[in-house]
Write a protein that binds this ligand. Structure first.
Ligand code: TRP
Length: 332
């Protein structure tokens, strides 16, 4: 039997997981469980680039694992772990810092954006973050890295760094490919349908742990469009707000846009919005309930992340040893 290709990705526990994370990333991971050998982690080292309250950070990171599982990621079939539990990330990260150029890092759009947003804390970690991300990926010889459009540049840099290192030392790293989901999975903010759903605009962001009342309130306030036509039609250019909500329904129920248009034929937005809220509430209910149950099962969660880190370390250590040998460090 041919070995399965390796799929790897991570999400930072920098904010509570939301519908955009679920539909844009985690749901796809779940769907691809059988086809690939999967490594999914909480990118907690990356989260330190922005100041965190330690207790809130720890709690959020644990809830993220509970939510990964509640979303359907089976820990028996996916290696789930914390980045910080596998020291090889930081170790290879340092080596790759030395093979990543200042000029390359300066061109990263996320660095530029984040430096603007955190002007009082432009730390070195924020700058070298893409080299750590390259280490995350290259340690596992990943074939595919499912990421959103905003991370494509970091995966491109990872490929450049891998090629550079391989060019000097011979075949060491698998050169990975970004695996960017099709447009359908891109979810925009309910209050800002021209930009991605984001935790930093909470009024337009449905968090996976939001209760019914909160979801109803957020959907009720969702932006519908200023065009004169007041019915439900898929047209992302002229009707971005309505099209985004159709996209959410389609992604959650598997219905086509045509089916959704038919379902709401002749009805105005007054009927559409409660139906959208209903679909979201019913789809997220089992996830929220399961996560609420898991979050108090501390022993279980600990057993999952320990087993995950142990399994991840096998591959990671192998790559790290090869790298240390090649660059001339003595590896005990
Ligand atoms: N930088 C990613 C983000 O902010 C998170 C991340 C860290 C990641 N390391 C990774 C994603 C490795 C994929 C692969 O979204």
């Amino acid at each position: 039997m041919e070995a399965k290709k390796i799929m790897l990705s991570g999400i930072q526990p920098s904010g509570d997981l939301h519908l955009g994370n679920y539909l844009g990333a985690i749901k796809g991971w779940v769907d691809r469980t059988e086809e690939y050998d999967n490594y999914y982690f909480m990118a907690d080292l990356h989260t330190l680039t922005v100041r965190q309250d330690p207790e809130a950070f720890r709690k959020r990171a644990l809830e993220q694992l509970a939510l990964y599982i509640a979303c359907g990621l089976d820990p028996e079939k996916n290696t789930l772990f914390y980045q910080s539990h596998v020291p090889a990330h930081a170790q290879l990260g340092w080596v790759l810092d030395c093979y990543t150029m200042f000029g390359e890092l300066s061109r990263m759009t996320q660095f530029k954006d984040k430096s603007k947003k955190n002007a009082d804390n432009i730390n070195a970690g924020l700058f070298t973050y893409p080299a750590l991300m390259a280490a995350d990926i290259l340690l596992y010889q990943a074939d595919y890295v499912p990421v959103g459009e905003d991370q494509r540049q970091h995966v491109e840099l990872t490929r450049d760094v891998a090629n550079r290192f391989n060019g000097i030392f011979g075949e060491t790293f698998k050169v990975p490919e970004a695996f960017v989901p099709k447009e359908g999975a891109r979810i925009y903010g309910l209050s800002t349908p021209d930009s991605k759903m984001s935790k930093s605009i909470p009024e337009g962001c449905i968090f996976l742990m939001d209760d019914e009342t909160t979801i109803n309130k957020k959907v009720k306030k969702a932006v519908t469009d200023a065009d004169t036509e007041k019915w439900v039609r898929y047209d992302p250019i002229n009707k971005p707000g309505v099209s985004n909500m159709m996209n959410i329904i389609a992604a959650l129920t598997g219905k086509s846009f045509e089916q959704i248009e038919n379902d709401f034929e002749g009805m105005g937005y007054g009927k559409f919005k409660p139906a959208v809220a209903e679909v979201i509430i019913e789809s997220l209910r089992p996830i929220r309930e399961e996560a609420t149950k898991l979050i108090v099962e501390e022993d279980y969660l600990r057993s999952v992340y320990r087993a995950g880190a142990e399994k991840a370390s096998i591959l990671a250590e192998k790559t790290l040893k090869d790298v240390y040998d090649k660059v001339g460090l003595t590896y005990k």
